[in-house]
Design a protein around this ligand. Structure first.
Ligand code: CA
Length: 700
């Protein structure tokens, strides 16, 4: 009895001490703590929770029985209506989360009180260089500091208690269209950060900086540079033998914009490498070649960045098939042997299981419809391509599955140690790939070497064009087969996943819901409406012994379909982006949805103009180079809930109203930045003429 009392007292005083320390928001992470992250259920210490990036929590207070009691504890508004992709870090009483434009917020996890905000003051014109919104997927924490990579290519260290800048370094040539949207990772006191930009024309790499000083320790380039400058290493010399022509003119691509994982026992850092720049291989490396290390998982020594091994998913990449998607590590028994494996579901549609020590291919099977390759040859490790899919070589258009959105994109997966299943946010999509035979390098714009407008027309001309679908799939990585699936109501876009020992898989969706599924069957166990579309992955941890689940919600528009669809508007560039904190018994409520009524389309009268064919043609070219990626090929918005359909834009009314947006940046806070540095008044006028022409075609 006495002994029990003593233990209890000790526990209370320990908790008290921990609480007092928590008030300092110390983010006190070191090597020992992060390597044993799996045992620290009160925290979420790095992007994927642990170095193996499984996104599995052993917490089970919120389980299949108790989940009916799950409710909102508190919420916080994000001060931007752009996309929300970040997973929060939770450590020592504070939650750190990044939002669009690389802004970082810190909250007290108990109360929801905002502790500080850091705004790196990104020039909004930089949004032009971001292929896929001005998002940020998360921060990293280490020894009292919080680290964020900014859209304009800086790495910034912040004091975890105050948010004050400790140091910042520029990690890219800022005259080039590099961006950072990925979360840094920290290994043994080195902060690792990659970058993006391969749709525009850059050379990919990952850099390690000393967490204390910001000093650069090493850099690993993923593709060879200009031979005239000399190669950085023997590995780059060997890689250059797999390239032809003058690939360096557009950088070659291979950006490391998302996935990294680390195995502490093997002491290997794994990075995911992106697509070629330009996409079209015939324009990048005209005599072919594998083009290492595009579309590869590369294993590096984290101390000096030296090469250990690689596995290339798509030799001679030409479809924007990045292998930057989530990399996770796990132990599993395969054919009677215990294996440490690397798993990835990259854009190309195959689920890969590799030996973590040497990169040997164990298995690869399609997890979504694939028509560019019949299978992956386990002897050679290479995909067996379907003749005709390689549009660059045949110079013939091809409708290819998956398309550049990927069978799976950046949305984090999760792996349950209970079910041994991987939960994959899968998309079924396609693209008409048409080589751009008039391709010239646009130093300020999109450089893919693929004609999006004609590709779209090709798809539309099919008797039965393929359809997009969005699913959550439970995948058995040993048998390489689907176990269950949930089909989402909205067919485009998906969201990150969390698995827990409570027998639950959590995922948001584009219909404005946050949902918990039975991890064994996919049956819905719980859901709540969140007033926003969801892309980001949830995180879970304990606060004062209570399990909490945090999720950032918000896509660049309100949901337009499904149970959480907004009834008041489908106006683009509006959302309810928030951080939501859930726990059992939580009884907070979201405020009433603001009534944002957009003008209805029947009030809209298309202006009559007289324009020469030459002007319209100039407008088409300028539109395809600068506008089509967001606003849709041939001015048909494929994502009108996010990017307005310009055929109904009131801004078409006059050159003045049009130029106020296109050249003067009137809507830049909503994401439409000024194109004045790229387009002259003549171009803007030509684009307006082209858009009006396209609009009048649809009205006929
Ligand atoms: Ca890409």
């Amino acid at each position: 009895m006495h002994l029990r009392f003593f233990v209890l007292t000790l526990m209370v005083s320990c908790t008290g001490a921990a609480y007092a320390q928590n008030q300092n928001y110390t983010a006190n992470i070191d090597v020992e703590r992060i390597v044993s992250a799996d045992e620290q259920n009160d925290s979420w210490l790095s992007y994927g929770r642990t170095y193996d990036e499984q996104r599995y929590s052993p917490l089970e207070q919120i389980n299949q029985e108790s989940i009916s009691e799950l409710g909102l504890a508190w919420f916080a508004d994000m001060s931007t209506s752009r996309g929300q992709e970040a997973t929060p870090i939770v450590v020592d009483g504070a939650l750190y989360v990044s939002t669009a434009w690389s802004v970082v917020h810190a909250f007290d996890v108990r109360t929801g009180e905002q502790l500080w905000t850091y705004d790196p003051q990104i020039d909004r014109a930089k949004g032009r260089d971001a292929c896929c919104d001005v998002v940020n997927r998360g921060v990293a924490a280490w020894d009292g500091s919080i680290y964020v990579g900014t859209l304009d290519g800086r790495l910034v260290a912040l004091d975890s208690a105050t948010g004050e800048v400790e140091w910042e370094v520029v990690t890219v040539d800022q005259s080039l269209p590099y961006t950072i949207t990925g979360a840094p990772r920290i290994i043994k006191g080195l902060v690792l950060i990659g970058n993006g930009g391969a749709e525009y024309g850059v050379r990919g790499y990952v850099t390690a900086y000393d967490a204390e000083s910001g000093e650069q320790v090493w850099r690993f380039y993923t593709v060879p540079g200009n031979p005239a400058d000399g190669y950085e290493s023997d590995v780059m010399t060997a890689a250059a033998n797999t390239w032809t022509g003058q690939w360096w003119n557009l950088g070659g691509g291979g950006t490391v914009w998302d996935a990294m994982a680390y195995d502490a026992d093997l002491d290997l850092l794994y990075i995911g490498v992106g697509n070629g720049s330009p996409w079209n291989q015939a324009l990048r490396s005209p005599e072919g070649g594998d083009n290492l290390f595009l579309s590869s998982i590369v294993a590096l020594d984290p101390d000096d960045g030296s090469y250990r091994w690689h596995y290339q998913t798509v030799p001679g990449e030409t479809w924007d098939y990045t292998a930057t998607q989530h990399i996770m590590l796990a132990d599993m028994e395969i054919d009677g042997a215990e294996r440490r494996v690397v798993m990835q579901a990259p854009k190309n549609g195959f689920f890969y299981v590799l030996d973590a020590a040497n990169g040997d291919l164990i298995s690869a099977e399609p997890y979504t419809p694939v028509n560019w390759a019949t299978h992956v040859d386990l002897e050679t490790g290479r995909p067996v391509e379907v003749p005709g899919a390689r549009f660059d070589k045949t110079n013939q258009p091809a409708i290819v599955l998956p398309g550049p959105l990927g069978g799976h994109n950046w949305y984090p997966m999760a792996y349950s140690q209970d079910t041994n299943l991987v939960y994959i946010p899968v998309t079924e999509n396609f693209m008409g790939y048409v080589p751009d035979n008039e391709f010239t390098v646009d130093p300020e714009g999109w450089n893919t070497g693929v004609d999006f407008g004609r590709g779209f027309q090709l798809v539309q001309s099919q008797a039965e064009p393929p359809v997009n679908a969005s699913l959550l799939k439970a995948w058995d990585p040993i048998a390489q087969e689907e176990v269950w699936r949930v089909q989402h109501e909205v067919g485009t876009g998906n969201a990150g996943v969390l698995a827990t020992a409570g027998g639950l898989v959590f995922q948001g969706n584009r219909s404005g819901e946050f949902v918990a599924y039975d991890d064994a069957t996919g049956e819905r166990r719980w859901s709540t409406l969140v007033q926003a579309g969801v892309m980001a992955a949830p995180a879970t941890f304990t606060v004062d012994g209570e399990q909490h689940i945090a999720i950032l919600v918000g896509t660049p528009a309100l949901p337009s379909e499904g149970p959480g669809a907004s009834t008041s508007t489908t106006s683009a560039s509006t959302n309810n982006s928030r951080l939501l904190m859930f726990r059992l018994g939580g009884d907070a409520e979201l405020p009433e949805m603001a009534d944002i009524t957009s003008a209805t389309s029947d009030e809209f009268v298309l202006p009559q103009i007289s324009a020469t064919n030459e002007l319209i043609s100039q407008g088409e070219t300028a539109y395809n180079q600068n506008c089509a990626v967001c606003h849709g090929p041939s001015v048909v918005s494929t994502r009108p809930e996010t990017y307005p359909d310009l055929r109904m834009s009131r801004r078409l009314e006059s050159d003045a109203t049009w130029n106020a947006v296109v050249l003067e940046g009137e809507l830049q806070d909503r994401g439409m930045v000024s194109f004045a540095e790229i387009l002259g008044a003549g171009d803007a006028e030509a684009i307006r003429a082209y858009v009006i022409t396209q609009a009048s075609l649809t009205q006929q």
